[in-house]
Design a protein around this ligand. Structure first.
Ligand SMILES: O=C(O)CCC(=O)C(=O)O
Length: 351
């Protein structure tokens, strides 16, 4: 996703699933249908998006009992995977309080994060870059050992370092049924599209996306097109600020063989309880529809590298170059790019 570095030094509730099985489809909109397979906790559903004339279909594959080995295997095969609730409930509570503060412009470190495009409209998507600069609980989440150890085991890696963190907050739909739902969709994209100036093409750079609220079928869950990481880089269609529309997919399909076109047909949704996470590849096509539920959808995405990542040498435009230099500095002194697992001597860029 698009990211901006800011020249600044880094200073240093329970939302457990409320007894709902993941098969209880929220009664929302018209004409929904839900097929459950409770043992596997997988299901598909279709629901209408209020006042938009659109509908969305999703299937979810989250399993609370997934082991690190299973998550790693699914990630390597599908380009994404769903992990269990690894974030301790007390940390989750503090992080949510920290996010409330950051979203209201209160920073316990005294450092502001970066936010682009917010007009003050309360129905709008909020995307805040590097909120861990601004709030100590969010910084603690980024380096939480429970998450880092799980990721290291899943990926079989000796080194993990966060290089960019994003808070995404989708406000709830208005209570008044006649008011339009805000556009909080995140358009289809491959993260690589935004990372070309930063990382060499083969670098192992990926994302752990942590649900801070329960993410349900109608919350605008993050959706992935399985196997699309194998399609390589798709030069058209990506737009984080798009509407996750079919038009975007059409543009992407222009660069996909007829044989592989089916990969861009049915996304899998990350329907997750608060505290669980998904993991995704830099080339997986993903995005999300608007939140049409009555509750906010909130997440922290940690974009991280393993020992198999090398920053670019810097051939972009001047802004890219400045940002790259800032990022390199932060990677080396760990300010803003915290080490999550292993030791700095294992960093690919240190060799
Ligand atoms: O949270 C979303 O809906 C989009 C997140 C995303 O694109 C990412 O973390 O790469």
């Amino acid at each position: 996703m698009p990211a901006v570095f800011q020249v600044s030094p880094f200073v240093t509730a329970p939302q457990a699933r409320r007894g709902r099985s993941s098969c209880d489809l929220v009664s929302f909109g018209r004409g929904h249908r839900n097929k459950c397979s409770p043992g596997l906790q997988t299901y598909t559903c279709t629901f209408n998006i209020r006042n938009s004339g659109e509908s969305a279909t999703c299937a979810s594959e989250h399993r609370e009992s997934a082991t690190a080995e299973e998550v790693g295997e699914a990630y390597r095969r599908d380009g994404f995977a769903f992990g269990p609730r690894v974030i301790p409930v007390d940390l989750l509570t503090r992080v949510n309080a920290g996010c409330d503060e950051v979203l209201s412009g209160i920073y316990d470190t005294g450092i502001s994060p970066t936010e682009i495009g917010f007009t003050g409209d309360p129905t709008q998507l909020r995307k805040i870059d590097n909120p861990h600069f601004s709030n100590r609980s969010i910084a603690e989440l980024v380096t939480s050992p429970e998450l880092a150890q799980f990721l290291a085991k899943a990926l079989g890696t000796s080194f993990i370092q966060a290089w960019m963190v994003q808070l995404l907050h989708k406000p709830p739909a208005p209570l008044d049924e006649t008011s339009p739902v805000g556009n909080t969709a995140v358009g289809w994209h491959q993260d690589r599209h935004y990372w070309v100036p930063w990382w060499t093409p083969e670098s192992e750079v990926l994302t752990a996306w942590i649900a801070l609220s329960d993410v349900e079928e109608d919350s605008g869950p993050l959706c992935f097109f399985k196997g699309t990481q194998e399609l390589g880089y798709l030069p058209e269609g990506a737009d984080f600020f798009g509407a996750a529309s079919d038009e975007q997919l059409e543009k992407m399909r222009l660069h996909v063989s007829t044989e592989d076109a089916h990969l861009l047909e049915a996304p899998v949704a990350g329907v997750l309880p608060a505290g669980a996470f998904s993991l995704h590849h830099r080339l997986i096509v993903h995005g999300s529809k608007s939140n049409v539920s009555r509750k906010p959808r909130r997440s922290i995405a940690i974009h991280f590298i393993t020992e198999k990542a090398m920053p670019e040498s810097g051939s972009g435009g001047s802004n890219d170059l400045i940002n790259l230099q800032i990022m390199k500095g932060m990677l080396e002194d760990k300010s803003g790019c915290p080490l999550m697992f292993g030791s700095e001597k294992d960093a690919g860029y240190a060799l």
